[in-house]
Design a protein around this ligand. Structure first.
Ligand SMILES: [Zn+2]
Length: 280
């Protein structure tokens, strides 16, 4: 089952059980491979092996779903192998490659992450991968190199260009410029929930400007009504202005939503209990 080491270039996928070569179809980010894709292993299986599979198996798999799994799954194989398998399935699909690089970087394989981005950049779009590289460099505190990459690209190259320019500006103490970039990020891509995150943090944690945060989270909740964290933070922003009953309504509504993070959900539950017991 174990083939060669990952080389971070897409290869022909094989059944992850018997090793037989698999057919892949890719249509605008949605793929099908063999009889089914196993997002959590990850890999794909042939018709004969499908009956042996116990975990999750899907037939049509969208790139956005793959990104979610790449970020959040505790894979059965090591991260470099998992990333290689996703590349084999998706080819040079930018959002999938970007997520793979972030995962490698987060799992302590930064040089693998940069190798992947370098290989992908040669296939293009170069500007997209330059912004992805800048994002990883910012996490590493390499603001100079990140600055050069972001200056050489534009908002047309990457949907999160303003997001990362804001992070860069913030990290060098240019707060006003950061806020401006983050506002443009939200204005340009309100449907991407991550667009909303940096200003949320800035208003709540840094400025502690709770009226402004409340207004901001109302906007976030309107756009992302099922996002538990935005709803809970709205409750928190209201609570910090002393409107306990109103805050409780929002916190309880948040608890009804699907939890992305179990710890976070437990925290909401705890806060509600505390408020109802009159401790706050
Ligand atoms: Zn097989």
């Amino acid at each position: 089952m174990a083939r060669t080491r990952p080389d971070y270039r897409p290869r022909t996928p094989h059944c992850c059980d018997c090793g037989r070569q698999l057919e892949v179809t890719r249509d605008q980010g949605t793929i099908a491979a063999g009889a089914a894709i196993l997002p959590e292993f990850p890999g794909a299986v042939c018709e004969d092996c499908l009956v042996l599979i116990e975990g999750m198996a899907v037939t049509d798999f969208k790139a956005e779903a793959a990104v979610h799994f790449i970020h959040a799954t505790n894979f059965e194989v090591k991260t470099p192998v998992a990333v290689q398998n996703y590349l084999d399935l998706y080819g040079w699909e930018p959002v999938v490659v970007g997520a793979c690089a972030v995962r490698l970087h987060a799992d302590g394989k930064p040089s693998d992450a940069f190798t992947l981005l370098k290989n992908a950049r040669a296939e293009g779009p170069a500007g997209y991968y330059d912004v992805e590289r800048a994002a990883l460099l910012l996490i590493d505190g390499e603001t100079g190199q990140a600055h050069d990459l972001l200056t050489a690209t534009t908002t047309k190259d990457h949907p999160r260009w303003h997001h990362w320019n804001g992070v860069l500006a913030h990290s060098v103490g240019r707060t006003d410029a950061a806020v401006e970039h983050w506002r443009l990020q939200v204005a340009g891509h309100p449907d991407d929930f991550e667009s909303w995150l940096p200003l949320s943090f800035h208003l709540m944690q840094e400025l502690e400007d709770f009226p402004a945060a409340e207004q901001y989270f109302r906007g976030a909740v309107a756009r992302h009504p099922k996002h538990q964290e935005f709803r809970a933070w709205l409750g928190d922003a209201i609570l910090r202005q002393g409107r306990r009953d109103e805050a409780l309504v929002e916190l309880k509504a948040a608890l009804e939503l699907e939890a992305v993070d179990e710890k976070f959900a437990a925290g909401i539950d705890e806060l509600i209990a505390k408020l109802e017991a009159g401790e706050d």
